[in-house]
Design a protein around this ligand. Structure first.
Ligand SMILES: Nc1ncnc2c1ncn2[C@@H]1O[C@H](COP(=O)(O)OP(=O)(O)OP(=O)(O)O)[C@@H](O)[C@H]1O
Ligand SMILES: [Mg+2]
Length: 242
């Protein structure tokens, strides 16, 4: 299989707790996520005790799990889901290990969209932002979108020329239940999704309270201006710890 050349881990434009994110050198409208070497599937499996450590390696691979979740979302929800999550283009081999290719969420000016966490930190609960949050909460519940708890650093705010346009969940998809009945039961899915989305305003208040009391930003979800500039094959600054 032909390998996509990402050119080294230091070329990632962003990273989370598990993955490094690269601009797809074949298409700057796409992002490729690879597992961080310190968060590889075999390291994760080695930390499990018996009998969980007997599971196949792919069960500990976040990219493999996520592409499976995308397949389930396509079946359970269909195309309407892509108003709320990026499109997924499957797995590819890269020189930095297997990568998951998804749509890059960008603003009207071509810059990578900021996380909801960063928008709230920088602008507070602006009315225009809260309007798109409300739309999101409504739609997420109506579609019964599968997710873990929705975290502010796993949601980005796409901006149009006129201001915030929509929220997009870029990570943390899929029901976490051992037997995820909600994939087959739309009513249950809607109930669970509504509950998760309705917790967002509270999470925003908690973040603002953290800021007000002089606490730290934390680790996740901050992009500096130079990290937001997308050009095919561009190298990127390392993500700032804040
Ligand atoms: N599709 C996307 N469009 C725009 N930016 C994205 C996209 N996917 C990821 N990012 C950026 O990359 C960062 C890290 O990505 P992601 O959350 O997928 O990594 P992770 O390691 O799985 O995260 P976690 O620590 O939550 O497990 C995000 O906070 C976001 O800034
Ligand atoms: Mg994340």
């Amino acid at each position: 299989m032909t390998e996509v050349i990402l050119g080294g881990l230091e070329r990632a434009f962003a990273q989370g707790g598990n993955r490094l994110c690269f601009i797809d050198p074949r298409d700057p409208n796409r992002i490729i996520k690879v597992l961080r070497p310190d968060r590889s599937a075999d390291i994760k499996r080695a930390k499990q005790s018996f009998p969980r450590n007997l599971k196949p390696l792919r069960y500990f691979d976040e990219n493999w799990q996520e592409q499976r979740v995308y397949q389930k979302i396509q079946i359970a929800v269909g195309d309407a889901a892509y108003d709320l999550i990026p499109r997924c283009y499957g797995l590819v081999a890269t020189d930095c290990g297997p990568g998951l290719v998804t749509e890059m969420i960008k603003d009207h000016d071509g810059r990578v969209s900021l996380s909801l966490k960063q928008c709230i930190w920088q602008q507070g609960k602006a009315r225009s932002l809260m309007a798109v949050v409300e739309d999101f909460v409504q739609r997420w519940g109506e579609l019964g979108m599968p997710s873990r708890n929705l975290l502010l650093h796993n949601i980005v705010v796409q901006q149009s020329v006129d201001g915030p346009k929509r929220l997009v969940v870029i990570d943390g998809l899929g029901w976490a239940d051992i037997v995820p009945l909600a994939y087959r039961c739309p009513r249950l899915a809607r109930w669970k999704a509504r509950r998760k989305a309705q917790r967002l305003p509270q999470a925003m208040d908690q973040l603002l309270e953290k800021q007000r009391t002089g606490q730290d930003w934390g680790y996740h979800g901050w992009l500096d201006e130079e990290q937001r500039i997308v050009a095919a094959g561009s190298s990127a600054a390392s993500q700032t710890d804040r």
